[in-house]
Design a protein around this ligand. Structure first.
Ligand code: LLP
Length: 442
């Protein structure tokens, strides 16, 4: 699915999304503009929620909110029954201020700070996915006096190569994420977790990577994790309630690219879990799936305004638009390819190959290389399809992390002191305000 479900053309030839003209939206809000279709979001959320039930009682789907962390959208998705996964204190803040019930929030990430863990515990979120021994140390200090233990999963790295861009593969040997399963690290993680009285180890998590087009790797990971769980029962006499195979279900970004069938994915993983648990004589844990872009990606369209043009004879024609790598870093980072159409008119049939470039002062700031489009004039509105996922969140403030910012004071007293205070305030204590203003949360 390349465009939101209700994308069509009106009688004037303008692209309409959910019945609203892209031209009218661009006039009202300006460009670059990201438009999301609620129907598409809701339908995809429903499919994910229903498909997760294949895992049996307690199995569920949570939305990896790094894919699109806008308050209104999080509340739509939660309304459809998705939990919400966060990877920073900023994302937690956005989720909580979007009215998400803390009992459906989980917290992933490879380097959670003490402050972030404290905020998560204080908010009473459902699950913390622990990535390493350092986080167990932090949790021990934070939960020492707790009566009710904090529920955690341990993130495991099964060392499985997946066929995707190497920057979005996470379960490979050379990865910063999770306790390796191929040596003693994972067993040491379990032993340490069981020592911390303030936490309850509920099970295991893994995430192998993104843009995967079958569930074979996730199923293999499940087999390895179940085998490991059986060894841990042997060693410690404990059984586990939850296994999370993460997300990674691939979507189509341009013609000819497939989309993963989410029911097939979740059903395949659930079948593997059932067989593996029967083999190992383990009670079957529930599955927590974490789709991100599969939910949000196809629900969005980006609309830009075309401006200048540079034709280089025999080489390439560039049309520059008013956005670029600040609103979509993916082409520069992962050579990601997209498709586009003119949103304001159909245009003649004789398409010309052009390259849509951004407006930033970087040669790498290209949004779509060599795409056939009707001749584009300044003021035209190229609409880029399928682009809900992982764009907003990878703009200025990646995954809602507060950025340290340095402001130089050129005049006045106490310059160094002031600069230090600015850095401290913007990196730490003012994070809430920053996030609030970035996301328009009241
Ligand atoms: N769960 C965990 C623990 C994750 O780290 C991720 C994505 C997901 C779930 C959701 O994965 P998805 O279903 O969206 O593939 N910036 C890159 C993607 C990085 C994804 C990182 N983790 C991109 O734009 O392709």
């Amino acid at each position: 699915m390349l465009w939101p479900e209700e994308t069509t053309r009106n009688t004037a030839g303008e692209l309409t999304i959910g019945g609203i003209s892209a031209v009218a939206l661009a006039e009202e809000f300006g460009t670059p503009l990201y438009v999301f279709d609620e129907t598409t979001l809701r339908n995809r959320a429903r499919r994910a929620v229903a498909s997760a039930l294949a895992g049996g009682p307690g199995s569920r789907a949570v939305f990896a909110s790094k894919a699109l962390e806008l308050p209104r959208i999080l509340s739509i998705l939660a309304d459809e029954g998705l939990g919400i996964d966060v990877v920073s204190g900023g994302e937690l803040f956005v989720a909580l201020h979007s009215g998400i019930d803390p009992h459906v929030i989980s917290f992933n990430g490879n380097n959670k700070s003490q402050q972030e863990l404290r905020e998560a515990i204080d908010a009473g979120i459902e699950l913390i996915v622990v990535d390493n021994l350092h986080e167990l140390d932090l949790l021990e200090a934070l939960t020492r006096d707790r009566v009710k233990p904090v529920s955690v999963l341990l993130r495991l790295n099964p060392g499985i190569d997946v066929h995707t861009h190497d920057k979005i593969a996470t379960g490979v040997l050379d990865s910063k994420f999770g306790f390796p399963l191929w040596n003693d690290d994972a067993a040491a993680g379990v032993a340490r977790a069981l020592e911390v009285s303030g936490i309850a180890l509920k099970g295991f998590h893994t995430h192998l990577g993104s843009q995967l087009f079958d569930e074979a790797a996730a199923a293999l990971a499940i087999e390895k994790i179940v085998e490991f769980a059986a060894q841990m029962r042997e060693a410690h006499g404990v059984e586990f309630e939850i296994i999370s195979p993460g997300g990674g279900m691939g979507i189509s970004y341009h013609e000819g690219m497939p989309e993963m069938d989410i029911a097939e994915w979740m059903g395949g993983v659930a079948d593997t879990l059932e067989r593996a648990c029967a083999r190992a004589r383990l009670p079957q844990p529930s599955l927590v799936f974490e789709p991100g872009r599969w939910i949000a990606g196809p629900a969005g369209v980006a609309i830009y305004t075309a401006g200048s043009r540079r034709d280089i004879d025999g080489i390439r024609s560039y049309v520059s638009v008013d956005g670029g790598m600040a609103d979509n870093i993916r082409p520069a980072l992962y050579e990601a390819r997209y498709t586009a159409e003119l949103a304001n008119r159909i245009g003649p049939d004789d398409r010309k190959t052009v390259t849509i470039a951004g407006k930033y002062c970087e040669s790498g700031d290209v949004l779509i290389r060599d795409i056939p489009l009707p001749p584009i004039e300044p003021g035209d509105l190229p609409g880029r399809s399928g682009r809900g996922g992982l764009l907003h969140s990878y703009g200025e403030q990646v995954q809602s992390r507060a950025q340290a910012c340095c402001r130089a004071r050129l005049r006045g007293k106490g310059r160094a002191h002031q600069a230090k205070r600015d850095i401290r305030r913007s990196a730490g204590a003012r994070r809430d305000e920053l996030t609030r203003s970035t996301f328009g949360v009241k």
